[in-house]
Design a protein around this ligand. Structure first.
Ligand code: ATP
Length: 515
C-alpha cells in the first residue's frame, strides 16, 4: 500500500497535471507558499464558495453578505490586537538553518504519542479479537499507560507555556522531549522568538506622507467595522449574521503542505451577533450547524472531528476547530470561536464611536457578543480533493484515477462525445451541448478512443459522460455513463437535463444540512 506521503505527492502532481493548482509565477521558479488555481481548480473553488455562501445566506434569513476591502484603516489592526499580538513562536535549527513553529513541533510530538497508543491498541485488538476490552487494556497495559501519561503531561505543560506566553519554556519542552530537526536530525536549536505574521506596505505617493497599511490577515475585521452600517441599513435584529468571502494574507513562517498553509489565501467567515449571555448556546448551535455542512458533502463522516483549543485567544471564551483527515493527519479546516464583545468594544474604544444594539424586547442597549465561524477556502479545497482522489483497481487489471467529487462541486458536469468524428455525430453532439450549456458547465471531446476520453473525465471528476452514436441520429437517445459506478444506460436526449440536474444540483446538499 502507498504511504500517506506518496498519496499526498500524487495528489499534488495530479492537481498540476489536470489544471487544478499551479505554483505561482512558476516560470520564475515559483514563490514560497503562493499558488494559482488553474482552469479546473477555479471551478471547484467557486463551487465550494457558492456552497458556503448560499448555505449561509439562503438557509438563514438572518444572515446577509458583504464584500469589504482588503486594505483597512491601520488603527483597525491596533484595535483588534493584531499589531501587538498576531505572532507565532519560531525556532531555528542551527545545523540545517531551517525554521519551524515551536508550537507545531510540540503538537507533532503529542500526535506521535497518540499514534503509538493507537498502534498498541490495534495490535491488541487483533490479538484478542472479540474479547478485546479497550478500557481494560488502557488500565492494565504498562506500555500504553506510559504513553498516555507522557502525552498528558506534555499536553498540560504545553498548554501552560502557551497561555503564559513563556517562550523559554517552549524551548525547554523541545529539548526535554528530545525533538530533532527532520532535516539535520540534530537538537541544536536557537531560542524561541515571536514573529508577527502581518504583511505591511505603504499607501500614498510621497515617502513622508505615506501611511503604513497592512494586508488583512483575516477578513473578520471588515465585518466588525461594518457592523453598524449593516445593522442600521438592513434593519437587522439580533441575533443576526454577516458573511464574507475574501483574501487574507499571513507571512507564515513554515509554509509547506501545498495549499494547506499559504501566504495568500481565502477565507469564508461569518460573524453572528447575539445577546450577551446567550453566546455559549449559539456557539454549540453553530458547531453542529457547521459540522452538518461538512458532512452533507458525503466525504465520510469519520473524517471529521472537533478539537477544542488549549489556548484561548485573549478575546475568546470558547473555541474549537473542525479537523479533517488529510493525507498528513487530522488538521484544522475551520475554526469556531466565541469572541465575546471584544472586537466591537475595541473598535468602539479606538474610534470613539458608540457601537451598540438597542434591543426593543428588553428596552436596553448593549454591545453584542459574537460567534465566528471561519473556514479557509483553500483548506476546504484540499480536503475535498484528498477525499475524492482515488486509484481504483479494475477487474480487467487496469487502474483508473478518478476524482469522486461531490457532483455539485465538480468543475465539469458533463462531457459530450461523438463516437466518431464524422457522419454528422459531432454536429449532433454540439446540438446537445448548446442546449445543456445554459444550465451546466459542459465539455466537448472528440479526440482518442472513448475509453481514453472517459479516463480524462474521471481524472477531473466529471459525473457524466454522454456518447452520441449512429443510433442517436434515429432514436434521439444517447449513452450516459456514470463516473463512480462506470455503469452505462441509454436515455432519451430530452431527459438529459433532468438526469444531470438531479445529481449536480446543490439542493440536496442544502437539504441534508437541515436534517
Ligand atoms: P493554524 O493554526 O493552522 O495556523 P489558525 O488557527 O491560525 O490556523 P484561523 O486564524 O482560525 O487559523 O483562521 C481560520 C481558517 O483560515 C483556518 O481554519 C484555515 O482554514 C484558514 N487559514 C488560516 N491560515 C491559513 C493559511 N496560511 N493558509 C490557508 N488557510 C489558512
Amino acid at each position: 500500500m502507498a504511504s500517506q506521503e506518496d498519496v499526498f505527492k500524487k495528489l499534488v502532481a495530479h492537481c498540476k497535471e489536470y489544471g487544478f493548482v499551479f505554483p505561482s509565477s512558476e516560470i520564475y521558479d515559483g514563490l514560497g507558499a503562493v499558488y494559482d488555481y488553474g482552469q479546473m481548480g477555479v471551478e471547484l473553488k467557486n463551487n465550494i464558495k457558492k456552497y458556503w455562501y448560499d448555505s449561509m445566506t439562503l438557509l438563514h434569513e438572518n444572515i446577509v453578505g458583504i464584500d469589504a476591502a482588503i486594505f483597512m484603516h491601520p488603527t483597525t489592526w491596533k484595535a483588534s490586537g493584531h499589531v501587538d499580538a498576531f505572532n507565532d513562536p519560531l525556532i531555528d535549527n542551527k545545523d540545517s538553518k531551517k525554521r519551524y513553529r515551536a508550537d507545531v513541533l510540540i503538537e507533532e510530538q503529542i500526535a506521535k504519542y497518540e499514534e503509538k497508543i493507537e498502534k498498541e491498541c490495534n495490535k491488541a485488538a487483533k490479538k484478542f479479537g472479540d474479547s478485546f476490552d479497550k478500557a481494560m487494556f488502557f488500565e492494565t497495559n504498562s506500555r500504553v499507560k506510559e504513553y498516555v501519561t507522557k502525552k498528558e503531561n506534555l499536553h498540560t505543560r504545553f498548554a501552560k507555556a502557551l497561555n503564559d506566553n513563556d517562550l523559554a519554556e517552549l524551548k525547554q519542552i523541545i529539548i526535554d522531549e528530545e525533538i530533532v530537526c527532520p532535516i539535520s536530525g540534530t537538537k541544536n536549536w536557537t531560542d524561541v522568538r515571536q514573529f508577527n505574521l502581518m504583511f505591511s506596505t505603504e499607501m500614498g505617493a510621497s515617502a513622508d506622507g505615506a501611511m503604513k497599511v497592512y494586508l488583512r490577515p483575516e477578513t473578520a475585521q471588515g465585518i466588525f467595522v461594518n457592523y453598524l452600517n449593516v445593522q442600521k441599513t438592513g434593519r437587522m435584529k439580533i441575533p443576526f449574521g454577516i458573511a464574507q468571502i475574501g483574501k487574507a494574507f499571513r507571512n507564515e513562517i513554515v509554509a509547506r503542505q501545498f495549499v494547506f498553509r499559504m501566504r495568500e489565501f481565502e477565507q469564508m467567515e461569518m460573524q453572528f451577533f447575539v445577546k450577551p449571555g446567550t453566546e455559549l448556546e449559539w456557539f454549540d448551535k453553530w458547531k453542529q450547524t457547521r459540522l452538518k455542512w461538512h458532512k452533507a458533502l458525503g466525504l465520510g463522516d469519520h473524517k471529521y472531528r472537533f478539537h477544542d483549543h488549549d489556548k484561548l485567544a485573549h478575546y475568546a471564551n470558547a473555541a474549537t476547530d473542525i479537523e479533517f483527515e488529510m493525507p498528513f493527519g487530522f488538521k484544522e479546516v475551520e475554526g469556531i470561536h466565541s469572541r465575546t464583545d471584544f472586537d466591537l468594544s475595541q473598535h468602539s474604544k479606538y474610534s470613539g464611536k458608540k457601537i451598540e444594539y438597542f434591543d426593543p424586547e428588553i428596552n436596553q442597549s448593549y454591545t453584542p457578543y459574537v460567534i465566528e465561524t471561519s473556514i479557509g477556502v483553500d483548506r476546504m479545497f484540499l480536503s475535498v480533493m484528498a477525499a475524492a482522489y482515488n486509484e481504483e483497481q479494475l477487474e480487467n487489471g487496469e487502474t483508473r484515477v478518478v476524482l469522486n467529487l461531490p457532483p455539485a462541486l465538480a468543475p465539469i458536469k458533463a462531457c459530450i462525445m461523438p463516437l466518431v468524428k464524422k457522419d454528422g455525430l459531432p454536429e449532433k453532439a454540439k446540438e446537445i451541448i448548446n442546449d445543456l450549456k445554459f444550465d451546466f458547465r459542459c465539455q466537448y471531446d472528440e479526440k482518442d478512443s472513448i475509453g481514453k476520453r472517459y479516463r480524462r473525465q474521471d481524472a477531473i471528476g466529471t459525473p457524466f459522460c454522454i456518447t452520441v452514436d449512429h443510433d442517436t441520429l434515429n432514436d434521439n437517445c444517447v449513452t450516459i455513463r456514470h463516473r463512480d459506478t462506470m455503469l452505462q444506460e441509454r436515455v432519451s436526449i430530452a431527459n438529459l437535463a433532468n438526469i444531470i440536474n438531479q445529481k449536480v444540483s446543490m439542493k440536496d446538499l442544502f437539504k441534508n444540512q437541515l436534517i
